[in-house]
Design a protein around this ligand. Structure first.
Ligand SMILES: Cc1cc2nc3c(=O)[nH]c(=O)nc-3n(C[C@H](O)[C@H](O)[C@H](O)COP(=O)(O)OP(=O)(O)OC[C@H]3O[C@@H](n4cnc5c(N)ncnc54)[C@H](O)[C@@H]3O)c2cc1C
Length: 386
């Protein structure tokens, strides 16, 4: 692929050097076992990359969102998988923006140093699904503690995290003016909770994602672990969603670049009918189209991150970036399989693995339909559909 002037070239070089220590065979073996990439996550943490967004005064690098985006993009472009740890980057924002001084002082330095992992985000529930305001998990105040009951699903990395950000209803729906009120966010210490009201069950999925379901019964959470004010949790979660969308979009750009590089390389090398397959326009045009789609999405990711960093409203751009980048990575994945013919399906080429991994971003952390609904309603002024 044509070399371009890149931002954060030193960071990108360092990420690439780190990723080179985790070759395709490492990911292939883990994929087969559905095992967690512990060594990779430890290396990223040790190098300080997961603490990119944590302020310097509490031990992080204090870098802007675009730097974190560059890190995750490079991880994906190198054929690695940031899904094993990306949540820490955007989840700690809830603690940073809405946590009190004592919480920030206690947790942020530990998260920055890697001593404590904040990787689990307990929002989605089996019955409510996308309708987050309808969650059934409750937290009831009982003296200096809350008693939590309910169930979460798709709580990724729960088995590999020390802390979980948990969304629960603290005031019943019937007693609030708006459904978005009465929800609260808690920091749950998994080390204390597992076996004492919290059970984690892994869910096997089509890709290696360390996702789980969580059963919560009379779990006691200290009141001091409530983030911000009781009842305002949904707003705190929402405030982190633009960053989440931009970072996931950057990962999709990285995936798209990996597929495009892989396809270009193969189309040049593979000779059929005594000429490289890439000489056929039927093979080279889809690669060129995937490249165009990726570049357009990349510009939107850059635009969204710039607006975010300037403190401007970036809801539209963050959603557009996620939508376009997820579409670009999925289109590139499909093109890459096609370019490789039968070998696109062979494990040893890694394409089928990356294909399965990148498919997720049409659904999580927000599904394409919900982004389209947001654009239709909030940008185009169309009637609310749900
Ligand atoms: C591997 C994986 C990891 C995940 N990790 C986490 C995590 O760490 N933490 C967490 O909290 N969640 C996580 N999720 C959950 C993820 O965010 C949800 O799966 C996603 O938001 C969709 O919700 P749902 O699965 O309940 O689908 P549903 O809400 O049941 O929707 C099913 C389909 O219907 C569509 N749909 C629903 N309502 C509408 C509507 N009004 N208009 C148009 N279309 C609609 C949806 O777009 C979707 O395609 C993860 C999911 C997966 C698969």
């Amino acid at each position: 692929m044509r070399a371009r002037a890149r931002n954060y070239s030193e960071i990108r070089d360092s990420v690439r050097a780190l990723c080179a220590q985790f070759p395709a065979s490492y990911w292939r073996d883990l994929d087969r076992e559905r095992a967690y990439p512990k060594a990779f996550v430890e290396a990223l943490t040790g190098a300080g990359f997961l603490a990119a967004l944590i302020p310097e005064e509490v031990g992080g690098s204090g870098l802007p969102l675009s730097a974190a985006a560059a890190i995750l993009e490079e991880v994906q472009a190198a054929g690695c998988n940031g899904a094993a740890c990306h949540a820490q980057m955007y989840m700690m924002g809830t603690l940073l923006r809405h946590g009190n001084e004592a919480q920030k002082k206690k947790y942020l330095p530990q998260i920055a140093s890697g001593k404590t992992r904040l990787q689990a985000f307990g929002v989605t529930e089996p019955a409510s699904g996308t309708d987050t305001l309808n969650i059934a998990t409750t937290a009831k105040r009982d003296g200096d503690r809350y008693l939590v009951n309910g169930q979460k699903i798709w709580t990724s990395r729960a088995e590999h995290s020390d802390l979980m950000l948990l969304l629960a209803r603290t005031t019943p729906k019937e007693q609030v003016k708006k459904r978005s009120e009465g929800l609260s966010v808690f920091l749950v210490d998994m080390r204390e909770a597992v076996g004492k009201g919290l059970v984690i069950r892994p869910i096997r999925t089509m890709m290696n994602h360390a996702t789980t379901e969580i059963f919560i019964e009379n779990l006691s959470v200290p009141a001091e672990n409530l983030i911000g004010e009781e009842g305002h949790g949904f707003r705190y979660i929402l405030s982190g969603m633009n960053a989440e969308r931009i970072l996931i979009a950057a990962e999709c750009i990285g995936d798209a670049k990996w597929f495009i590089d892989k396809a270009s390389g193969y189309a040049n090398e593979r000779s059929v009918f005594s000429r490289p397959i890439g000489q056929n326009q039927g093979v080279q045009f889809p690669i060129a189209r995937a490249y165009a789609q990726m570049r357009a999405a990349e510009l939107m990711v850059t635009e969204a991150a710039s607006r975010y960093e300037r403190g401007e409203d970036c809801g539209e751009e963050a959603n557009l970036a996620k939508l376009l980048a997820a579409d670009a990575s999925w289109a590139a994945a499909d093109m890459c399989v096609q370019t490789h013919g039968g070998f696109g399906f062979a494990e040893e080429y890694d394409i089928e693995r990356k294909f399965r991994e990148t498919r997720l971003y049409q659904v999580a952390p927000v599904s394409t339909n919900l982004i389209l609904s947001f654009l239709a309603e909030h940008v185009l002024g169309l009637p609310r559909s749900y």
